[in-house]
Write a protein that binds this ligand. Structure first.
Ligand SMILES: [Zn+2]
Length: 386
């Protein structure tokens, strides 16, 4: 099919150029005094007619959208839980994944739902990508959500295709709808293990490929992963007042429902313990999200200035380049790796978290204190499991 597109000069006379479909190129070229361009796809034709000067904005200087007035629930509502609040701040600053472990009713879901409100405003590029994914859903793009980081919280009955995407005419799944935002899985243990495995590859690559008989579809899925779970089947392991009724074997089987490789990909494993009732109800309100966000933004700006991306996205040689440690910090990290039998992946993830903690501290070189805090964030399940 000839596209019938011609680019004339102002006078409407020769020289003229024709842009045709590839299959018609040879035929069109037979005409005298005619420049013929063949395009393999409509997209190529568009690129020819409207060349983009520089499609991709440099990450170091993002165009920030005006902060939305409605940023959802506020950290002010979370009383106590200092360690878990701090972990959410670290997660937001370095775009790290997090698992919150604790008995029912300790505020795990409240904390997770408040993470999007701590994140930096979206860049224009990020907002465009989110809008593009949304436009592929049955509801289409919703202008009211423009520039807002998505927060998706699929139910634990979600199927693999609902999570990862799929269908005859492939549609993005929850992980792609959470692109540049937060994917929150509450009651992580109730999710089908095969559904959780869908997350593994995108957590590394930020994309998902859906294979189909007729080819494959590729969707972006660069999301921040947050999950919550009880420490044991009854929920009260480690609780100061309520006894846990589970046997050690039941606890082990329960916790091992998350595979080791999956757990490896979660940067921050945080205990959210039962609190004193008085503190929960009468304690002072927590620090508001806006105040936390100021520190998160400063730490994120350090990252973008140094390496052009959040710490979570640092690759192998970049980690070595940007995570210089003091000798004591190095000794501490090596010791923990041996003692806790970490994989190389765990080691590098801890190092990236320590980098973020140092960025929140305004420090260039990682100290033992930074590394020590990062190590603590990898022990919630082990500690609970005994
Ligand atoms: Zn129990």
């Amino acid at each position: 099919m000839a596209m019938g597109l011609a680019r004339d000069n102002a006078a409407g006379e020769a020289p003229r150029a024709f842009l045709v479909a590839e299959g018609n190129g040879t035929e069109a070229a037979l005409i005298e005094d005619l420049t013929v361009h063949a395009a393999a796809a409509l997209r190529q034709a568009c690129d020819h007619l409207c060349p983009l000067p520089d499609a991709r904005l440099p990450r170091a200087m993002p165009v920030l959208l005006p902060a939305s007035t409605d940023r959802g629930p506020d950290m002010r509502d979370v009383r106590g839980q200092a360690q878990a609040r701090r972990a959410m701040e670290v997660a937001a600053a370095g775009q790290h994944s997090a698992l919150l472990v604790g008995p029912p009713g300790t505020g795990k879901s409240m904390l997770a739902q408040r993470l999007p409100g701590l994140l930096p405003p979206m860049s224009l590029q990020e907002a465009l990508e989110c809008a593009a994914v949304m436009s592929l859903t049955p509801g289409g793009f919703r202008p009211a959500l423009w520039g807002q980081r998505p927060c998706r919280a699929p139910h634990h009955t979600a199927s693999g295709p609902a999570m990862g995407g799929g269908g005859g005419n492939p549609r993005p799944g929850e992980i792609s709808l959470a692109h540049h935002g937060v994917l929150f899985l509450d009651e992580l243990m109730f999710f089908d293990r095969r559904v959780l495995e869908v997350l593994r590859e995108p957590l590394e690559s930020g994309r998902i490929t859906i294979a189909r008989a007729a080819g494959h579809a590729d969707f972006p899925a660069c999301f921040q992963f947050v999950a919550a779970m009880n420490p044991c089947p009854c929920g009260y392991l480690g609780h100061p007042d309520r006894p846990c009724r589970c046997t050690p074997d039941q606890v082990r089987r329960y916790q091992s429902r998350i595979s080791g490789p999956m757990l490896d990909r979660i940067d921050l494993q945080v205990e959210v313990p039962a609190q004193d009732q008085g503190e929960m109800l009468d304690g002072p309100p927590g620090e508001p999200s806006a105040a936390v966000r100021v520190r998160v933004l400063a730490a994120r700006e350090r990252q973008l200035a140094r390496q052009g991306k959040p710490n979570n996205e640092l690759g192998g040689h970049e980690i070595e380049q940007h995570c210089a440690m003091e000798p004591q910090a190095q000794a501490l990290l090596r010791g923990a790796m041996t003692r806790l039998a970490w994989s190389a992946r765990s080691y590098f993830r801890v190092l990236k978290v320590a980098r973020t903690i140092a960025d929140l501290d305004g420090a260039e070189v990682l100290t033992a204190a930074h590394v020590g805090e990062a190590i603590q964030y990898r022990r919630a399940l082990r500690m609970a499991g005994g």
